[in-house]
Design a protein. Sequence first.
Length: 395
Amino acid sequence: MFAVKERIARAIDTLKEQIINVAEAIYDHPEPGNQEYFAVDLLTGILAERGFKITRPLCQLPTAFRADLDGGPGPRVALLAEYDALPGLGHACGHNLIAAASLGAALALATVIKELRGTVVVLGTPAEETRGAKVVLVRQGVLDDLDAAMMFHPGDTNAAEVNSLALEALEFVFEGRAAHAASSPEEGINALEAVIQLFNHINSLRPYLKDGASIQGIITEGGTSPNIIPERAVARFYVRARTRGALNKVVERVENCAAAAALATGTRYWYHNYEPSYEPMLTNRALAAAWRDNLKKLGVMDSGSPSYSRGSLDMGNVSRVVPAIHPYLSLNAGKLVPHSYQFARAVRGEAGRRVVILAATALAWTAADVMLDRELLQRIKEEFAGNIHTRHPDA
């Protein structure tokens, strides 16, 4: 194992410039979810040159892909790549580093593939910030043949074990009746007023939310002119909680708020999920322990205590069908707020260059552990099976 990891480390050192160039090229060409054609062309082109078999598009998603390098019978380990940018902010969540790190790890593993006895898989997963392609890939069975899945995320702290919130993305549409707002307002039914009432009702819920639950919303349609009573108004919400059961209870209360708003204003309404539902992240601790041990060997002694994120990840859906980790690595650039210009600047600078190489090495070493250490793989599988079979249905 030591000799293999030494060879992987030397490969990463040789690939260092290419890994950084890929990270910065994707950063300099920010693309929103499901439009990441530059990033996918770049990643798949490099992987194909190194002998990976490319499947693209994947599950009717034009910017999703799977790249396989078969080293013979053995474990199948996936390195997940994200590469979508935030509208108006670019790579203010560091997905360019995620893609480059998984690519670098895969290329390094390719140099020792004959000794690994298994298959290295790179999964390109678009639109994490919006449509959550991992949810689609899970539903269509793309991950069913995998033994482990992993990725890293940049942040302002190190955390080997991460827990995220379940999420429902709900869109509420209210319909009323248009009328002249000044001369005959009594003839109208104001759909915007219903949306305002919905927000007021939801605000009244906030003091009573528990279990990490939260609700965030925006108005996406609110009328066309101040002189016309709005006949249509639309609001979108992210509703989150620590468990699926807790989330279902909050969603029910939000639905009641919408019904009350419609009743009070005389409007009609309906709602639907405008993005896929995200499940809470179920970190595989045995796999996380291997990641933590590798970080120590790379000089990172503090891999953090378990982190309870207030956000949501489509990696949570992955973790329900295959043992998975989603660790964070600190950019060591002070306190950083994701989805901010400050975070984007750190990602593009020296901090980003340092962490992407660290992540690529740690990912490659952890994947090698899974493929070569049969006892570790058994512990990973036993823990996963136990969690899936004993988990409360509302968890």
